[in-house]
Design a protein around this ligand. Structure first.
Ligand SMILES: [Zn+2]
Length: 149
């Protein structure tokens, strides 16, 4: 990956190592350009990862629908038992994203959108977990009632 950063004067993306911006001809401070390059890299990483995690919203909804339906019908397979961990991993991945990237100091629009998207995904997973817990509760309570028969 090339080391790039945004010129603090004209906001164009330039290669690290130049001492004069090729676009606006302002003098570039090497130290601040390195810091800016590291930040830009983190912001790019944050946006790419957020794009993957955004699929979590769809996954959470599909999981909740299928899981609730199967538990309600008492059809349990070993695959379904394993699948109970999905919301947990979904939640952990969003929390990890927040820990790594939520405090970047940038006005980058994609990044700000990514932050909003991660909040939505977090809420979706939390709702999914609550519904999952209720479905499991219902599943086990009706199961013990049925057992004596
Ligand atoms: Zn410039």
């Amino acid at each position: 990956m090339k080391y790039i950063f945004r010129c603090p004067f004209c906001n164009e993306v330039i290669m690290l190592g130049v001492d004069i911006c090729p676009y606006c001809s302002h003098a570039i401070n090497i130290e601040s350009s390195i810091a800016s390059s590291v930040l830009l890299r983190k912001v790019t990483e944050a946006c790419a990862e957020a794009n993957n995690l955004k699929l979590g919203t769809t996954l959470a909804i599909v999981f909740t629908l299928i899981n609730t339906f199967l538990l309600y019908n008492h059809s349990v397979s070993s695959m379904m038992v394993t699948a109970q961990a999905i919301p947990f991993f979904g939640l952990v991945s969003v929390i990890k994203w927040n820990r790594n990237y939520s405090k970047l100091k940038t006005e980058d629009n994609d990044y700000l959108m990514a932050k909003i998207a991660m909040k939505k995904v977090l809420i979706t997973w939390l709702v999914a977990i609550v519904i999952q817990a209720l479905s499991l509760l219902l599943f086990f309570s009706t199961r013990t009632i049925l057992k004596p028969n």
